[in-house]
Write a protein that binds this ligand. Structure first.
Ligand code: SN0
Length: 332
């Protein structure tokens, strides 16, 4: 695997989910694979889980990690080709990405959307330029439209907690928020769920439709209570409008979930990618309740990152199972 930016980069999503879960039993089994390999993490936006879980995953594989918060510590980057750089931007992505590629074996980038220019955001202009110019395997740490490491961890969590004898009903439920957020987590969750054996229902108020590519194979329902009926997993997330791009159309009904609203579900588990605005997006009662999986999801972020890094390292070194075993013996 050279890139991990969408589920479409993955030859077998179900296989990757299973291999990610399996890593948890022996996280250090491949600690020789990353010897003398360097992972470079570049953040244009804040992070807690993504940053720490990537570092932890890399450490489990024996890699070294370089981290940069480019917005705070770096030069302001120019992304337009042929730009005359006589104003605020000091460095072109062509040079920044190329140099990072020389310093690192694998590059990972977080680049949130502007939420003001839909065409530019949905073309993944920033991520694609890093990909083009760094010339190394690249991992998305949440791009303008997708958050694949989160979705892989979510799919692993559902797989671990689902009743093995029943196809689970999974509901992606829009939640209130105080400011416009990206559609990336919701888009990505829908994209990954479609590759697994679940019934996916997406529920949101009018005006919050996702881009059709992401919702077309799910059932879309504007009635939250109807959507929740018999749900086994409810994934709660806010996102801003795609159609009236980046806005927050007014919502009159109450979309904040409560214990009482959950009574129609099949004793559902509750999920959220974090960070969560408590008692705005989800109540304390549900977040701290016995059916909450939010911390299990966060823990799985380590293994979703680790399985992706492992695949990339193996591809990069042309590594076979025998070679890993021999490397492992040398280190021990
Ligand atoms: C991001 C998002 O895409 O929704 C990252 C989620 C993993 N979330 C936020 O930016 C939350 C910010 C806030 O103000 O609550």
């Amino acid at each position: 695997m050279k890139y991990f930016t969408t589920v479409h980069d993955v030859p077998s999503p179900i296989g990757l989910i299973e291999e990610g879960i399996a890593l948890k039993n022996d996280p250090f089994a491949f600690s020789a694979l990353g010897k003398n390999k360097v992972l470079g993490l570049l953040f244009m936006n804040p992070s807690l889980r993504t940053r720490l879980s990537m570092q932890r995953a890399a450490m489990n594989l024996g890699m070294q990690v370089i981290v940069m918060n480019i917005n705070q510590d770096g030069w302001a980057l120019e992304f337009n080709d042929g730009a005359v750089m006589n104003s605020g931007k000091q460095e072109h992505v062509k040079d920044a990405a190329a140099v990072m590629g020389l310093y690192c074996d694998i590059i990972a980038v977080r680049s949130f959307p502007s939420l003001t220019n839909r065409e530019e955001d949905y073309s993944e202009k920033v991520l694609l330029q890093f990909m083009k110019y760094c010339k190394k395997p690249l991992i998305s740490l949440e791009s303008a439209t997708l958050h694949p490491l989160q979705s892989l961890a979510d799919a692993m969590t559902i797989k671990e907690f689902q009743n093995k004898t029943k196809k689970p009903k999974v509901v992606l439920s829009w939640a209130p928020h105080i400011k416009p957020l990206p559609q990336a987590v919701a888009n990505s969750f829908a994209e990954w769920m479609k590759c697994t054996d679940v019934d996916l229902v997406i529920t949101h108020p009018k005006g919050y439709e996702l881009q059709e590519d992401f919702s077309k194979n799910a059932t879309v329902c504007y009635d939250q209570s109807e959507a929740l009926t018999d749900a086994d997993f409810v994934y709660v997330k806010n996102w801003s409008a795609y159609n009236d791009y980046g806005t927050m159309p007014v919502v009159k009904e109450d979309w904040l979930l409560s214990e009482q609203k959950m009574s129609v579900t099949n004793n559902t588990y509750v999920m959220h990618c974090l960070p969560v605005r408590r008692n705005v997006e989800l109540t304390d009662e549900l977040l701290d309740g016995t059916r909450s999986l939010v911390h299990q999801q966060a823990e799985n972020r380590i293994y979703s990152a680790q399985i992706v890094l492992k695949k990339m390292l193996e591809a990069q070194c042309g590594v076979t199972k025998e070679k890993i075993e021999s490397l492992q013996t040398q280190v021990l």
